[in-house]
Design a protein around this ligand. Structure first.
Ligand code: ZN
Length: 297
């Protein structure tokens, strides 16, 4: 079973180190991370995502009543606001890199701006330390150039914000494939003593060719064959809620297409930097990768 490599390009490539050949020695069981001291999840019955105010989680912030949908932002990034004139709620994706402590969003209603504060609690994700032969971790200049081009492109994809929010207040998602799920979201990976990006999605074991089903209705905003991620499709669900599947063996859609919830749009594979077939699934909210498990039905 595979260990997959960063599905999102690291912010910076320290010493240009990436794991290549050494990945073959790694197995999925090692990805079973158990978070110590995990804060309790709170949820509104029947409404996803569950709130979990930790790095990689989601805050649900009550905005109160307003005749029209308030606009909410954090550090200039627009946020998903759901609800109705009786009760609006801002959903805030909390990046895995967030520091515990107080955080704020800015809400604008009829020209008036106010701040709302919330607390990000600490969560210690499991760590995976690996030592590999130094010669196996450097990117060639060609690969590094390709990687940098792709990273620039993906930055624009990830900034997608469609004004029309998802149609339902309940953002429940179905898993895009059946299969055993690793609990490795947030896993901190350290190769040869160097910290790498944490694992920012969910890995689901499935055979090559297994149909990938849209977790909720959406619009295709990007497809491609990327250095780390292999065959990849990004869906836009509205209001800054995006999902990504990667390592695909087939892609049946193109940018601009729409998919219904449960519609097959790709097939599981082992493309990109992986050692075996599985589906990597990421959920992004206001440009923060959050734990897909918070959305699962
Ligand atoms: Zn993965």
């Amino acid at each position: 079973m595979p260990l997959d490599l960063p599905e999102l390009p690291p912010v910076s490539l320290q010493r240009r180190a990436v794991l290549l050949g050494a990945a073959a020695s790694l197995g999925l069981p090692a990805l079973h991370a158990v978070a110590a001291n995990a804060p309790k999840r709170t949820s509104t019955p029947g409404v996803r995502p569950n709130a979990l105010q930790v790095p990689g989680g989601i805050a649900r912030l009550a905005l109160g009543t307003a005749a029209t949908r308030p606009a909410a932002r954090q550090n200039g990034v627009p946020l998903l606001v759901l609800g109705d004139p009786i009760a609006w709620t801002a959903l805030v994706g909390i990046p895995l890199s967030a520091e515990p402590g107080e955080a704020r969003i800015s809400v604008t209603e009829q020209g008036e701006a106010r701040d709302i504060a919330y607390t990000v609690l600490a969560k210690r994700y499991a760590e995976q330390r690996l030592n590999v032969a130094p010669g196996t971790v450097d990117l060639s200049p060609e690969d590094e150039a390709r990687y940098n081009r792709e990273r620039a492109h993906l930055t624009t994809v990830m900034a997608t914000f469609s004004e029309t929010p998802p149609p339902s207040h309940d953002l429940a998602m179905r898993a895009p494939v059946a299969g055993r799920r690793s609990g490795s979201f947030g896993l901190r990976r350290v190769f040869n003593g160097q910290s790498r990006n944490p694992h920012s999605g969910m890995d689901i074991a499935a055979a090559t060719g297994t149909p990938v089903l849209a977790p909720m209705a959406g619009r295709v905003i990007d497809t491609g064959d990327y250095f780390f991620n292999g065959g990849t499709v990004w869906l836009d669900h509205g209001g800054g809620l995006l999902t990504m599947v990667c390592h695909l063996s087939a892609i049946d859609v193109k940018p601009g297409d729409t998919v219904r919830a449960g519609e097959a749009y790709a097939a599981v594979g082992a493309t990109g930097r992986v050692t075996g077939p599985h589906l990597h699934w990421s959920v992004m909210l206001n440009r923060a990768m959050v734990d897909p498990a918070l959305f699962l039905i």
